[in-house]
Design a protein around this ligand. Structure first.
Ligand SMILES: *Cc1c(COP(=O)(O)O)cnc(C)c1O
Length: 401
């Protein structure tokens, strides 16, 4: 549930706007901090899922660094969370690097998706490490343990013919040809919105296929997708899994959640522009599923919604349950730009505000200006007061085309 009062929601000057509720972010970070402390794992923020750097102060204070998928994320993590100079990690994994030089100033760890990529960039990194021992970059390989419980398939890195992670047979061939000297760690990322029991069932597969290669390694990265801050997450199980692993293999363990950091820390607020009729009432909003909440179409899922009419906040009663039923659609010309069907006990009016809960992760990072739809502005509620952090305009659209 949103913590905000109708008054503070009304004070948000311009919609659409993504609003971070800072106290919720801080609560997530406190929990993650305690997991680090109790388990001994280092937790890195995966910027892919949550990159709201304008409020990274507490992230910097709590987490051990960032995880990046390439140069831009690595640089953002370095600039806004910190690099080795601040005692922070910047861990980079990309399915394939076109070049590596630009990463060298930022990365503390570089993970390759194939032996060929490692061999291609090994001379460059060996030279870097020999000439900058204080800025040593640790290398790793991403593996595919052939086990993942993730659905749908678009999010499953172990789906048939997946390009993500080296499969055991290819790994064995690579070791035979190139050895593993210079590889400090292994990485797997096979989870998505999962509880610790999924990790518990995954680890034996990782050990079965890759345990024999752990001798001589310094770290293992368990990837992201651990839904640590979700209310029902079994934090104690995660802590004991990490502890047991560390005790058995005596190495550093990394976790790199994105979603768990930005989980339920804020909302997207929009407005009803018009209501049209076609086999029911259809509200056209200034927020778009396609441009602002793409996972509603991709995953797909139905977001938690409430509306603000006449100073009263009312939550959606569930599809077809309440008295007044509305389909919510976006302002683009895409026929499928439909957010879902929602119901209330009081009518919805043009000019009312609508609030989509938990819209800070995997939204802003995926925004686009399709159809010339404006980018939502960014704001924060802290100490009960709303502040605008950034507004976008026509030029943000023009420059992308
Ligand atoms: C996406 C991704 C993450 C973060 O996943 P979440 O589901 O947001 O926790 C971490 N590591 C890698 C390699 C990823 O691709």
């Amino acid at each position: 549930m949103i913590h905000s009062t109708p008054d503070s929601l009304q004070r948000i000057a311009r919609t659409p706007c993504y609003v971070l509720e800072r106290d919720k972010l801080i609560a997530n970070l406190k929990l993650l901090e305690s997991v680090q402390r109790e388990s001994g794992a280092k937790i890195l923020l995966a910027l892919k899922g949550y990159a709201f750097w304008r409020c990274f102060e507490e992230v910097r204070g709590s987490l051990s660094g960032s995880t990046a998928s390439g140069l831009y994320e690595a640089r953002l993590g370095y600039e806004e969370i910190g690099g080795r100079e601040q005692g922070k990690e910047v861990c980079v994994f990309s399915p394939a690097y076109k070049e590596i030089d630009s990463l060298l100033p930022y990365a503390t760890h570089i993970i390759f998706n194939s032996f060929a990529q490692w061999q291609r960039f090994k001379p460059t990194i060996d030279t870097h490490n020999a000439t900058n021992p204080a800025r040593y970059i640790s290398l790793g390989l991403r593996v595919n343990p052939l086990y993942s419980e993730v659905t749908p398939e678009i999010y499953n890195p172990c789906a048939p013919s997946s390009r993500l992670g080296i499969i055991p047979s290819e790994f064995a061939k690579g070791v035979q040809e190139f050895g593993l000297e210079g590889i400090d760690g292994l990485h797997f990322h096979t989870h998505c919105e999962q509880n610790a029991d999924a990790l518990q069932r995954t680890l034996p597969h990782f050990i079965k296929h890759f345990g024999r290669y752990l001798e001589g390694r310094k770290w293992v990265n368990f990837g992201g997708g651990h839904h640590i801050t979700r209310a029902d997450y079994d934090v104690n199980l995660l802590i004991s899994l990490v502890r047991d692993f560390k005790a058995r293999y005596d190495m550093e363990v990394f976790l790199e959640p994105g979603e768990a950091v930005g989980w339920q820390v804020g909302f997207l607020i929009g407005e009803v522009i018009d209501i049209v009729q076609n086999q029911g009432q259809i509200a056209i909003l200034d927020v778009s599923a396609s441009a602002h909440m793409p996972d509603c179409l991709e995953m797909p899922y139905r977001p938690s919604v409430c509306k603000l009419s006449g100073g009263i906040i009312e939550s959606d009663k569930g599809e077809g349950v309440g008295t007044y039923h509305y389909r919510f659609g976006g302002p683009t010309c895409l026929a499928g730009d439909v957010i879902g069907d929602f119901s209330f006990e009081t009518p919805l009016n043009v000019g009312d505000r609508v609030i989509f809960e938990d819209m800070l992760h995997y939204t802003i990072v995926k925004n686009n200006t399709f159809n010339g739809v404006p980018l939502p502005s960014l704001g924060v509620i802290q100490n009960g007061a709303f502040h605008t952090l950034k507004e976008f305009d026509y030029f943000d659209y023009k420059q992308r085309n």
